[in-house]
Write a protein that binds this ligand. Structure first.
Ligand code: NAD
Length: 535
């Protein structure tokens, strides 16, 4: 049914909302109980617009469970307006010269740097991770934006004189509107995995941040506008399934980028591709770290504690399984336990905290259940983080301390499931070949790491392991964005990965142009009806 304003042919009256932070003023602590929640706006045509929606979701500070803000389920009309504006803007933006788009990208990079602390602080408030870790979240996204500034080299076409006076050139053109659906765990990095390349390649973006952590993406949108991105080129919409379905189904959206869990990812990939769209979907993970007896023990113990428990284990590249090879390395687990006990669990705003809370009470409850079930299934609890309790205003926070479960194997919940919390499962095997077999039989293929001093062992591992991102003495081997994020098997659906050359190829389509400009006069011109071979 048409709204009354449409029936009357009137433009909707849009009320605007200011962002709750500025470059110099942003949260440095948790909000007081019963503070009026901030209403997250949508970002439409470079303006922060208040939704007309009757449905708003609470965003709770994971450290206190106080409601800090609300995010709307955008109405069908608002989603329609956002996509229509992005489609309209595409026809203007794609004709901006590449040098102009590059200039805007440079400015965007500068603004991201200037606003790094501000974005990080909003991440701490909504997502819970420590401030230092939140800065890393922004920095890894910023690096994608920096790499995108090289578009004048990366988008160069190819030309060849294919016959006398005949030349074929191949260029890559933008697709149109790109829809992006983002997860909660990297509120800045994941939107920035695609947005800078979407922009420099001449596409436009409709982004749905996670409904649990939209604040960072809103600041990023503001910085795009300040950098000179024209109206409509970057649109931010909110909500849950209805928003995702509109983005998938609308024919003006030509490609989808998704990062998140398996269920949503498979759904979006299958539905998107069945409608003929390009989809790149990064999914869940179970990342193993294998340690050989010849590894540098101190380096290894340090690395595993950081990689398993940093960000409270809520990283798709967190190490969640330790594979000890042989009896010697099995003993080293005691050292990991001792070091893990020293990690400080607490507020992300407290600079002495090593890990913050989990995103919500459901995630905490599920982690507790998996730990309990695994013990019932025969695993051995070496360190139990369930006993950690926050004090004072943190008593209701979703905290779980580092947890280490030994004697794990396939069939035990802690090994089989992606837990996404600071829980490390330990599996012991006898040989490196056995370790490789275990990992290759796991459904996921995001990342893997080997700690060793042996070049030969590393070489064997590199050649036989079936995971997309391999680290040798590097626990979290996410490549910098001159390469791509190359998760594979059950951790990725699609053909072309995020960012790097693959990202540019994903966001563009090839066009070949063959031209003939004769330099000699040809006498005796007559039509040829046979297949042109250009010889
Ligand atoms: P999620 O799948 O619950 O949500 C991701 C996005 O999909 C959100 O925007 C959400 O609104 C939407 N969504 C959720 N369920 C949906 C459904 N049924 N239909 C349509 N849309 C839906 O993921 P999350 O909990 O926000 O993030 C954690 C997950 O993301 C973990 O599994 C983690 O491994 C994964 N992740 C993967 C990578 C990677 O690169 N492989 C990176 C970060 C996070």
């Amino acid at each position: 049914m048409l709204r009354r304003s449409q029936q009357l042919g009137l433009k909707r009256l849009l009320s605007t909302i200011k962002l709750s932070s500025t470059t110099s003023q942003y949260p440095t602590g948790h909000v007081q109980p019963n503070t009026q929640p901030y209403l997250t706006p949508s970002f439409i045509n470079n303006k922060f617009v208040k939704s007309d929606s009757q449905t708003w979701f609470d965003i709770r500070d994971p450290a206190t469970n106080e409601v800090v803000s609300k995010v709307p389920q955008n109405t069908p009309q608002e989603l329609e307006d956002a996509i229509a504006a992005a489609d309209k803007a595409f026809h203007v933006w794609k004709d901006y010269s590449i040098i102009k788009r590059q200039g805007i990208a440079f400015k965007f990079v500068q603004l991201l740097r200037e606003n790094m602390d501000r974005i990080a602080s909003v991440i701490v408030l909504e997502q819970g991770k420590t401030f230092a870790d939140a800065k890393g979240d922004v920095l890894r996204g910023l690096q994608v934006a920096e790499a995108a500034c090289n578009i004048t080299n990366d988008l160069k076409g190819q030309t060849l004189e294919v016959a006398k006076d005949m030349e074929t050139k191949m260029i890559r053109e933008p697709l149109g509107v790109i829809g992006s659906i983002c997860p909660f765990n990297f509120p800045a990095m994941v939107p920035l995995w695609s947005l800078p390349l979407v922009l420099v390649t001449g596409n436009t973006a409709v982004i749905k941040p996670s409904e649990r952590v939209p604040g960072a993406a809103m600041i990023i949108a503001q910085l795009c506008a300040e950098a000179g991105v024209p109206e409509g080129v970057v649109q931010m919409v909110h909500g849950k399934h209805d928003t995702v379905n509109k983005i998938i189904e609308d024919p003006r959206v030509k490609a989808l980028t998704f990062v998140g869990g398996d269920k949503a990812g498979k759904y979006i990939y299958e539905k998107g591709t069945s409608l003929g769209k390009r989809v790149q979907a990064n999914l869940g993970a179970k990342n193993h770290l294998v340690v050989l007896p010849d590894a540098d023990k101190a380096q290894f113990v340090n690395a595993i504690n950081g990689a398993a428990f940093g960000a409270a284990g809520q990283r798709c590249m967190a190490i969640s399984v330790l594979v000890t090879v042989g009896p010697v390395t099995k003993e080293w687990v005691k050292d990991i336990v001792e070091d893990a006990k020293k990690l400080k669990v607490g507020s992300g705003f407290d600079s002495s905290s090593d890990l913050g809370p989990l995103i919500n009470p459901e995630s905490l409850t599920r982690s507790h259940e998996i730990i309990a079930d695994s013990v019932k299934q025969g695993a051995e609890l070496l360190l139990d983080g369930r006993s950690f309790k926050g004090e004072g205003k943190f008593a209701k926070g979703n905290f779980l301390g580092p947890t280490i479960i030994a004697n794990c194997k396939p069939g035990i919940r802690a090994y089989d499931e992606e837990i996404f919390s600071p829980v490390l499962s330990v599996v012991n095997v006898d040989t490196i070949e056995e370790a490789v077999q275990l990992i290759n039989n796991n459904k996921y293929g995001n990342g893997v790491s080997l700690f060793t001093q042996s070049g030969a062992a590393a070489q064997l591992f590199n050649k036989t392991i079936d995971c997309g991102q391999v680290g040798i003495n590097v626990p979290i081997p996410v490549p910098l964005p001159m390469f791509s994020f190359t998760g594979s098997r059950g951790s990725f659906l699609g053909d072309l990965n995020f960012y790097g050359q693959a990202g540019i190829t994903f966001l563009t389509k090839p066009k070949t142009i063959t031209s003939l400009w004769r330099t000699e006069l040809v006498e005796d011109l007559k039509p040829s009806t046979s297949m042109p071979t250009q010889e």
